[in-house]
Write a protein that binds this ligand. Structure first.
Ligand SMILES: NCCC[C@H](NC(=O)CCC(=O)O)C(=O)O
Ligand SMILES: NC(=O)OP(=O)(O)O
Length: 326
């Protein structure tokens, strides 16, 4: 695999999920990453992605450099053609080339701005990384997708061992406007599994149809929950009224009473989760979220392993980085 930015980069999804499950049982299996460097650039905050991907890299023998762009590095200008007389001294055109020269894999986290849909869905920053990096690029959550999370979610659902599970993606209220990356990405992966997929949300929260194909939309949350094996909760802002909060209806919060409508479903969420907004304390306390977040390590390890295999087969990909580092 030469990059990991969406499910489309994966040749064999099933094998990748199995690889993640394998690493959970065999964390220290190979040192394919020995003397290789993973660089991770964060334009937005992270707890799980940063720590789990770092841990995964260590399990493969890699070293890690993480940079919070704009906080412990120079603020980076990401647009072309601007007069740089403001507060951003570094341009992405140099920064990506240079950072990739120090690394063997380069990860980037860049959230949607939620102001301009075309801009966000064009994935301009991730695209710059893909164009300018001399080494494989790893998405640590982009404007529209979060593939490391989704691979983890598929692995966690598979651990439940249910054949053809009914998986319900439910919108839940939140005080802030959030991106569509997690629900988009979850649907991109889960609709390609054997699951029956239902998406439930208030009207106006319809996601881009490229992601909901293969899923049923159900505006009645209680009806959607009936017989569910997995409840996957997430807030997102509107796609059609782009970036807007159209509902703060707290009756969409996942409660014990709603979970009682399901087939003893497992509750999942990517985290961070706002308690008693998205779901009640009891629902979260009895949920899969800790195991799910723990699985981030194994999913990341499976992905890094594939990227390192590619790098191994294409050793001239980075002429400066690895050699200079060694
Ligand atoms: N990486 C997982 C989710 C990241 C982000 N959540 C957030 O920004 C939550 C922030 C808050 O609760 O204030 C999202 O929804 O895409
Ligand atoms: N789920 C997830 O990606 O968490 P972080 O934002 O903390 O990395």
């Amino acid at each position: 695999m030469k990059q990991f930015t969406s499910i489309h980069d994966v040749k064999n999804v099933d094998a990748l999920i199995e690889k993640a499950l394998f690493f959970k049982q065999n964390p220290i299996h190979s040192y394919i990453g020995e003397r290789k460097v993973l660089g991770m650039v964060f334009f937005n905050p992270s707890l799980r992605t940063r720590m789990s991907t770092q841990k995964a890299a260590y399990n493969l023998g890699m070293d890690v450099i993480a940079l919070n762009a704009g906080a412990d590095g120079w603020a980076i200008e990401t647009k072309d053609g601007v007069i740089m007389n403001g507060d951003k001294p570094e341009h992405i055109n140099e920064a990506v080339q240079i950072m990739s020269s120090y690394c063997d894999i380069l990860g980037v986290r860049t959230f949607a701005g939620l102001k301009n849909r075309n801009e966000d869905y064009a994935e301009s920053i991730l695209t710059k990384f893909l164009e300018l990096s001399s080494v494989p690029v790893l998405s640590l959550e982009s404007s529209t997708l979060h593939p490391l999370q989704s691979l983890t979610d598929m692995m966690t659902i598979r651990e439940n061992g249910i054949k053809k599970p009914k998986v319900v993606l439910t919108w839940a209220p939140h005080p802030k406007a959030l991106p569509q990356a997690v629900p988009n990405s979850f649907l991109q992966w889960v609709t390609k599994s054997d699951a029956e997929v239902v998406v439930t949300h208030p009207e106006g929260y319809e996601l881009d149809i490229q992601f909901t194909q293969g899923a049923t939309i159900e505006y009645d949350q209680n009806k959607a929950f009936e017989g569910a094996d997995i409840i996957y909760a997430k807030n997102w802002s509107s796609y059609s009224a782009y970036g807007q909060i159209l509902s703060t209806d707290r009756s969409w919060m996942v409660t014990k009473e709603k979970m009682a409508l399901t087939n003893n479903a497992s509750f999942m969420h990517c985290l961070p989760i706002r308690r008693n907004m998205i779901a009640t304390d009891e629902v979260i306390n009895e949920s899969q979220v800790i195991n799910q977040a723990g699985n981030r390590v194994w999913a990341a390890q499976a992905v890094l392993n594939e990227l390192l295999n590619y790098e191994k087969e294409n050793p001239n990909i980075n002429e400066q980085g690895s050699i200079a580092y060694r």
